[in-house]
Design a protein around this ligand. Structure first.
Ligand code: GTP
Length: 376
């Protein structure tokens, strides 16, 4: 007779599904307490299942406890976590069919399997010759079968109705844990998707203004602390209103998407960011670039947009789409690293590029308080 510590208070004829453990349920409660939403989120399902079987073997007098999970089709066992105080024979049981073993029988029938004498059961797969009895319970949540809980004992009298009821309750809790883990995973995936959507520009697929503002503030703080340079490029389509008017907004949208892809190609560094700043204006944040490097990138970007030869029949600049680029670089040791000052510097440069003819690159030089690079 197993000694769970609550035998004296146990009603032997009690139905198996309702373990009543007056005053003695601490050990079962400890097993059940291994499952919580916090533990599932922090450690993941596999770790929680492992803690359950460890706790079963440590706190209840069983020799082997294992949880075996089914695939979605419920035709194969695909994962097993186990614990034991006796060794198990090396068996390649990582994946096996439900036609095999007592666990398979349990999964096929959906009913608990109680084997008082394992030697007499043709389906029993021996892991240790000392095992005498086994109890295998379906793990389900509502109508869905997730796997089985397999308990083995060296005592053939072990699985009384009371003992079975305890393991039924544990299997029930595991079913809930698996369901909860799925819900948590689905919730996390949905949250990830939402976070992603809230920082991506719907039209172009690059970062949106919100993400840009966050990153700009972050980079400004980092560079204020660590020094180094921080380059900002504002890229604005020339005569975009006329393009929309001539070829329609849908065509304009497609041109913006292509422009965003080109900008994205120039944001190859780990901390670089290409974003849609608003309307037909995009921004490139390039930490660690000197003024000369930033100007060279801006010029290559400008040239690449021309090479793309997106038709613009009504532009006053060229028969294809062009961009003007304003550059500002907060160099090492310069005190101009606030987002507002970076934006204002790049904006001044962009304005100069526009008024000096468009389709050109200009840079605002803070030290000299003048624009460079945009020939008049
Ligand atoms: N197709 C399309 N057009 C947009 C979108 N967002 C803003 N625009 C248009 O972009 C145009 C920007 O016009 P302006 O700010 O006058 O600039 P511009 O015509 O490019 O003139 P310059 O910048 O001075 O060369 C406006 O006509 C907006 O309607 C968008 O998502 N799709």
């Amino acid at each position: 007779m197993p000694d769970f510590g609550w035998q004296s208070a146990w009603d032997r004829d009690r139905p198996a599904q309702a373990p009543d453990l007056p005053g003695h349920g601490a050990r079962l409660a400890e097993v059940l307490a291994q499952v919580s939403r916090e533990a599932l989120q922090a450690e993941g399902l596999d770790a929680v299942l492992q803690r359950i079987v460890d706790c079963v073997v440590r706190r209840l007098p069983v020799s082997i406890a294992s949880i075996v999970l089914l695939d979605d089709a419920r035709t194969r066992f695909v994962k097993e976590v186990w614990a034991g105080d006796i060794p198990l024979a090396e068996m390649d049981l990582a994946i096996w069919d439900v036609s095999v073993g007592v666990s398979g029988r349990c999964a096929r029938t959906g009913r608990p399997q109680l084997i008082a004498d394992v030697a007499s059961d043709p389906d029993y797969v021996m892991g240790n010759a000392a095992v005498r009895s086994e109890y295998v319970v379906p793990i389900r949540h509502r109508d869905r079968l997730h796997g089985v809980l397999n308990i083995e004992s060296t005592d053939e009298e072990f699985f009384t109705a009371q003992a079975c009821a305890v393991f039924d309750a544990i299997a029930h809790q595991i079913g809930g844990a698996i369901h909860l883990a799925r819900v948590v995973a689905e919730l996390e995936a949905a949250n990830r998707k939402l976070r992603e959507l809230s920082t991506v520009d719907g039209l172009t697929g690059i970062a949106n203004r919100r993400r840009f503002d966050e990153r700009l503030a972050g980079e400004c703080a980092t560079h204020a602390e660590q020094g180094g340079s921080l380059a900002l490029l504002l890229v604005d389509a020339d005569c975009f209103k006329q393009l929309n008017d001539a070829l329609g907004h849908l065509h304009g949208d497609e041109c913006l998407r292509r422009l965003a892809r080109i900008c994205g190609d120039f944001a190859g560094g780990e901390h670089d960011l290409a974003a849609r700043y608003g309307g037909d204006e995009l921004a490139l944040l390039l930490p660690g670039r000197s003024e000369a490097e930033a100007m060279a990138i801006a010029e290559r970007l400008r040239a690449r947009v021309e090479e793309a030869a997106m038709a613009h029949p009504t532009s006053i600049v060229a028969p294809w789409m062009t961009v003007s680029v304003g550059v500002f670089v907060a160099g090492p040791g310069q005190a101009a690293r606030s987002p507002a000052r970076l934006l204002s510097g790049a904006d001044r440069a962009l304005y100069a590029a526009k008024v000096r003819g468009r389709n050109r690159v200009a840079c605002w030089n803070l030290a000299r308080s003048e624009v460079e690079g945009a020939q008049t």
